[in-house]
Design a protein around this ligand. Structure first.
Ligand code: KG4
Ligand code: ZN
Length: 339
């Protein structure tokens, strides 16, 4: 029998994401029936960052209309659903509770199983939604606003953390650096866009922790280097672009060095890149070029599935539900939760 579609719900931070996915083991992307996203960026822009209470309240307002929209895109009704997956953590507790409570209530009313998904597992599996999905074993570079990790994926659900960030995550470094050079929230994508106008070689920042063995990251020092360079400069538009470029090069180069090291140490031939920073053009280009040169294959989610979305949660949940996993009726979330 054909498996029934799973509803995926993402509300861990400032995006409300919903998707419907029918589990197709050979080609998961073909099982994606609908997806809808509402971003709260405008809501938080005046505050220069995500305000948790406002985020929760906006998820409450937007989630059910988005579910309705996704169902109508797919030509389905709630009664067609075979299960519900929602992000159970890590993330903002109030925001997570909106998705968890809504998802659990729907599953209970429909008499179908529900499962809480790890947000980073969602990111990690997002490349499976593309054509020619990667087969484990592979190494995954997970770079988002909250995490910078290298993970060895032996199978879906069997993860070994090879390296983690000791302080700021890669996306956090982008956001904080953008802020201190006066760019509006959300700074990461704006800084990346500005870097495109920067001149090569005008500034140079260090590649943190690449001069010693190991696969951990530390990006907080780069911020200080940028601040000093910016304060001591003429603060012109061109200088801001030049600094942005040098900063982006430092991050991308550091990630590239560590990815190569991780592939060497594990003997893996496949590299998956995921998470919000995976949308960065320079990072995508440099890693793809390194793959061609070194003989490893690179896998990226499409841009809209790099940043937070419901499709990756529907996918991670559908895989786990297909393996018979689900949880009891209590609404539990895990604001801090190791992969
Ligand atoms: O995965 P994501 O949407 O949310 C988290 O789980 O954190 O990642 C958001 C992060 C933000 O820090 C944002 O600045 C960064 O991803 N980001 C980028 C780009 N697009 C998003 N960083 C660099 N270049 C980009 N093009
Ligand atoms: Zn995320």
């Amino acid at each position: 029998s054909v498996p029934r579609p799973i509803l995926g719900i993402e509300t861990s931070c400032d995006e409300t994401g919903v998707a419907l996915l029918r589990w197709e083991p050979q080609a998961p992307g073909q099982g994606l029936l609908a997806h809808a996203l509402y971003t709260q960026i405008k809501l938080h822009a005046d505050y220069g960052g995500v305000v948790p209470e406002l985020a929760s309240r906006d998820h409450v307002r937007k989630l059910l209309p988005l579910v309705r929209e996704a169902l109508s895109q797919a030509g389905l009704t709630p009664a067609d659903l075979g299960g519900v997956a929602y992000t159970a953590g890590p993330g903002l507790v109030g925001a997570l509770l909106v998705g968890a409570a809504t998802g659990r209530a729907m599953a209970w009313a429909l008499g179908v199983p529900a499962i809480g998904v790890h947000h980073m597992e969602g990111h990690l599996l997002a490349p499976l939604l593309e054509d020619d999905p990667p087969e484990p074993p592979f190494v995954a570079l997970l770079v988002s606003g909250g995490h910078s990790m290298l993970v060895q994926v032996e199978a879906v659900g069997r993860y070994r953390i090879l390296g983690d960030t000791l302080d700021d995550a890669a996306g956090e470094a982008f956001d904080k650096t953008a802020k201190l050079m006066g760019l509006p929230y959300p700074g990461g994508p704006a800084l990346a866009a500005l870097a495109g106008q920067g001149r090569p070689g005008a500034f140079r920042f260090s590649r943190p922790m690449t001069d010693r063995p190991g696969l951990d990251f530390s990006f907080s020092g780069l911020k200080t280097q940028v601040l000093l360079a910016w304060q001591q400069s003429d603060q012109s538009e061109q200088t801001r672009a030049d600094i942005a470029r040098a900063f982006e090069e430092a991050i991308v180069d550091t990630l590239l060095i560590k990815c190569r090291r991780a592939l060497q140490e594990t003997g893996a031939k496949r590299l998956v890149i995921a998470g919000g920073v995976g949308a960065n053009r320079r990072l995508r280009e440099e890693l793809a070029a390194a793959g061609v040169k070194d003989g490893f294959k690179t896998y990226f989610p499409r841009l809209q599935f790099c940043t937070d979305n419901g499709a990756m949660i529907a996918l991670a949940g559908a895989i786990r539900l297909a393996h018979g996993q689900h949880q009891d009726e209590s609404v539990q979330v895990f604001p801090r939760w190791d992969l």
